[in-house]
Design a binder for this molecule. Structure first.
Ligand SMILES: [Cu+2]
Length: 178
């Protein structure tokens, strides 16, 4: 699951590195220095700036690898799915093999499309996006997810797919685990 605070923190850190680099450039711009020397030192700042941002990006990439929403890493995290559901997109609706689900167990959604590209996205009862995967003709994309609480969840399409795109909603009723 994405943590908005982490994403926000990373953006702030990258912005701070960028601002610091520019602050150094601006602080130096008041002095008169021979142009060759200036080019050399500004180049060092540019390389340092690029290197700093690249280092942050590499660290974030490595740290976020286990959290990628791919079916394999979700299965490793949640255990083997106990229920498999097929979700097929059509212009403009969803054909879902079962809409009554159980909270607390890993569920696999096998998502595909009959016509064009769509996107299968699950929203919680408060309208927050929980997880999503592309629905593509000719492919089955597997999404493994565990609902943490019972409630009525909404499926929406997140890939613009034509004039009826906004009508592509479905309900998933999630019940408490027996
Ligand atoms: Cu759509």
């Amino acid at each position: 699951m994405q943590n908005p605070h982490v994403i926000f923190g990373v953006l702030i850190a990258m912005g701070a590195v960028w601002t610091l680099g520019w602050a150094i450039i601006m602080a130096r711009s008041g002095r008169s220095i021979p142009v060759e020397q200036l080019e050399r030192s500004e180049n060092r700042i540019r390389v340092g700036l690029l290197g700093g941002l690249a280092a942050i990006a590499i660290v974030v990439f490595v740290l976020s690898l286990p959290r990628l929403p791919f079916a394999g890493s979700r299965r490793a995290e949640l255990g083997p799915p106990q229920v498999t559901i097929t979700a097929t997109a059509v212009q403009w609706g969803w054909i879902i093999s079962r809409d009554r689900l159980t909270a607390g167990i890993p569920i696999e959604f096998d998502v595909t499309s009959r016509d064009v590209n769509h996107d299968f996205a699950i929203y919680d009862p408060d309208g927050r996006l929980l997880t999503q995967v592309q629905a593509m003709p000719g492919y089955i994309n597997r999404l493994v997810y565990r609902f943490s609480a019972p409630g009525t969840y909404t499926v929406r399409c997140l890939e613009y797919c034509g004039v009826g795109h906004h009508m592509m909603t479905a309900r998933l009723t999630v019940a408490r685990q027996e």
